[in-house]
Design a protein around this ligand. Sequence first.
Ligand code: NAP
Length: 143
Amino acid sequence: MSSPIIAIVTGANRGIGHAICQTLAADFKEPLLLYAASRKGEDLGFKPSSTKTQIEYPSLDIASTNSINELAKSIQRDHDGLDVLINNAGAALDDQHSPENVKTTLDINYRGTLKVSESESQDSTTVLTNELFYRCVKLSYHF
Ligand SMILES: NC(=O)c1ccc[n+]([C@@H]2O[C@H](COP(=O)([O-])OP(=O)(O)OC[C@H]3O[C@@H](n4cnc5c(N)ncnc54)[C@H](OP(=O)(O)O)[C@@H]3O)[C@@H](O)[C@H]2O)c1
């Protein structure tokens, strides 16, 4: 079997990230090692439809530099590098306007996502948002 595509989905435990992982587990045709990352690092029970798909459930808090670095180190240690990063995790605090919430939103959604992208990806890594991922699916583009 050829080497699997190594992919991370952040915020995999609910919402759009959960749907992306379900889609990849059910439909992806090539060998795939999917890191379905969540803050708790819990087993989310995705059911791969193929033996070519393997799923791991690491912990990743994109607001924590330590957490980002730990996952990046473990992926660098175990693999040549990451092929696909789907930056999905994010906080929506729009209904509670306050300077503190603006800062928290920027820290997580902008600075956290940037740090994950810088730590996890190399020149050859495809970095997608969840919206871009769905455009790829619509175009039947397999990374
Ligand atoms: N739904 C929309 O219409 C829409 C529109 C524009 C953009 N977006 C963006 O698309 C993404 C997903 O949307 P959604 O509707 O699926 O949102 P959601 O249901 O609120 O899910 C957000 C996901 O992000 C995770 N998350 C939040 N803070 C995190 C952190 N510090 N570290 C790691 N994970 C964290 C959450 O984990 P926990 O369960 O641990 O909190 C959850 O898995 C978000 O980034 C959102 O801002 C969504």
